[in-house]
Design a protein around this ligand. Structure first.
Ligand code: ADP
Length: 487
């Protein structure tokens, strides 16, 4: 301990002060004496004493209270309290406010020196520990700050738009890509409700329905032709993350592909009609033997299959190109009856059971009856086709907050998880389809396009081996929508 340490004496007891002065001088400490509160404050401001010794009564004030106030400002200053009377209550009160130790008469020079040195040593140890801790904490904080800065840089530079919302849809974070996507400029957004800040209807519909009707991907289109694929991910304890990836170029390529397929299908139709025509004529120009008749039957079936495929492709092309068809005010139960009637033979043939559950009243919807019929034909037709003989097919319609929810479920083979996000793509067939179940992989692509043109959503839920449930959500008809140009 360097003996040049400065010890500050705040003692106004004339009987005891000289003893302290002598003791400290004997141990080579520098000494400063404060005779009153003002001097005490001044010395503390101008110097940095290593220790303060204060009387329990100092200038009619309480040494403990003065020490408590000083320790608020100088928490590391060691303080010794000189008490005239050794009372346990006083010692407890002194230690409680953070005073290091007490000195009680009778005092000898040695006692004073020992107590001062012990106190300084302890203070030194505490100081060393505190410095180490501060260094350690600062280093770990710097590391955290660095990590946070890195994360912020990444967040700000990723090309995909990212929006993080709390559970009340208030914005917590929003990266520059998301600002650019919605042309939000530099306005301060955190804390604001996203529905007030961004007026895009597709985003509103995503936020309003994603919790109840989860779906992996949502398309958000803009008037300037940009299209984004939005993903909604709930984040436990925080809220939700919306990520948006631009897929405009993919959409264009898809369009080119569709145009090409449409053109080719169109050109295929005439030769197919010609083949069918000549096949029909064959037995009119002369008698056919049994084998020839069987060959003709096979040609007819094959031509029929190709014609169905070509018609599906042309339909898909028409629906995808936004061909509006005849939009009318229709009810789903009427269309459903037609579908079930037309599929009745297949149902009977496979000895399947169809359960239909309808609410007492289904609101009407604005749609193209032919396309809606095609949608039901394909969904229920698939259930019949993929479900083994004797299986059960359930068709349920529910109504919830202006939405018509149609569910078609079956007890068939189900769809492997890896295939579920692809089955709405053109020509995609799941890996578990068995060879004898015919299909082109176009039915669900047609259904998806029809649902899209009706501003609805579709998804599948399935556990492999335990059947599949297709859910379609369509907006119910609201007369006020018709007046809007967008409806
Ligand atoms: P496909 O002409 O092959 O039936 P779809 O586009 O209608 O074409 O369906 C795509 C794929 O989705 C099917 O090949 C099949 O693997 C799967 N699928 C559709 N519906 C069902 C269902 N109800 N049960 C099991 N798999 C189904």
């Amino acid at each position: 301990m360097p003996k040049s340490d400065l010890v500050l004496l705040a003692l106004d007891n004339p009987d005891i002060l000289p003893l302290f002065e002598r003791a400290l001088a004997a141990a080579s400490y520098q000494v400063a004496i404060a005779h009153d509160r003002a001097a005490l404050d001044k010395i503390l401001q101008e110097t940095s004493p290593a220790l303060l010794i204060i009387g329990d009564i100092f200038k009619e004030g309480s040494g403990i209270e003065i020490s408590a106030a000083l320790l608020e400002r100088l928490p590391t200053l060691p303080i010794l309290l000189f008490v005239t009377q050794d009372l346990p209550a006083t010692t407890r009160a002194a230690l409680r406010v953070g005073i290091s130790d007490t000195l009680t008469p009778p005092l000898r020079i040695d006692d004073i020196i020992r107590t001062v040195e012990n106190s300084l040593k302890r203070a030194q140890r505490i100081g060393d520990w505190t410095r180490r801790e501060v260094k350690r904490t600062t280093a770990s904080l710097e590391k955290r700050v660095n990590e946070l800065q890195k994360l912020e840089t990444i967040f700000n530079h990723i090309e995909d738009g990212v929006i993080i919302l709390d559970k009340g849809h208030r914005i917590l974070l929003l990266n520059p890509a998301a600002r650019r996507t919605f042309a939000l400029g530099q306005t301060k957004l955190p804390g604001k409700n996203i529905l007030d800040v961004i007026e895009h209807p597709a985003l509103h519909s995503l936020l309003n329905t994603a919790v109840d009707y989860p779906q992996q991907y949502y398309e958000i289109g803009f008037e300037d032709g940009r299209v984004f694929n939005a993903q909604y991910t709930p984040i436990p304890d925080i809220g939700v993350a919306i990520t948006m990836q631009e897929i405009t170029y993919l959409k264009r390529i898809d369009q080119m592909k569709s145009d090409f397929v449409h053109a080719v299908s169109h050109d295929l139709r005439s030769p197919l009609t010609a083949i069918l025509g000549y096949v029909e004529l064959l037995d009119r120009v002369g008698p056919l033997n049994d084998q020839q008749r069987e060959f003709v039957r096979r040609v007819r079936v094959s031509v029929h299959n190709i014609t169905t495929l070509v018609n599906d492709l042309l339909d898909l092309g028409r629906i995808e190109s936004g061909f509006e068809g005849q939009k009318e005010i229709v009810t789903l139960d009427g269309i459903l009856n037609y579908t079930l009637d037309s599929l009745n033979n297949q149902i009977l043939e496979k000895k399947q059971h169809v359960h239909v559950e309808l609410p007492p009243q289904i609101p009407s919807l604005r749609g193209d009856p032919t396309h809606l019929r095609q949608m039901l034909d394909n969904l229920i037709g698939n259930s019949i086709k993929y479900t083994p003989d004797g299986g059960i097919i359930r068709v349920r319609v529910e109504v919830n907050e202006g939405q018509i929810i149609l569910r078609v479920s079956d007890t068939g083979p189900g769809i492997p998880p890896a295939d579920q996000s692809h089955i709405f793509e053109k020509f995609y067939r799941a890996s578990n389809v068995v060879d004898n179940v015919q299909g082109s992989g176009l039915g669900l692509a047609i259904v998806k396009s029809i649902v899209d043109t009706h501003k609805g959503r579709i998804w599948v839920e399935s556990v492999l081996g335990q059947g599949a449930t297709f859910t379609v959500v369509l907006p119910a008809y609201r007369p006020e929508d018709v007046k809007k140009p967008s409806a």
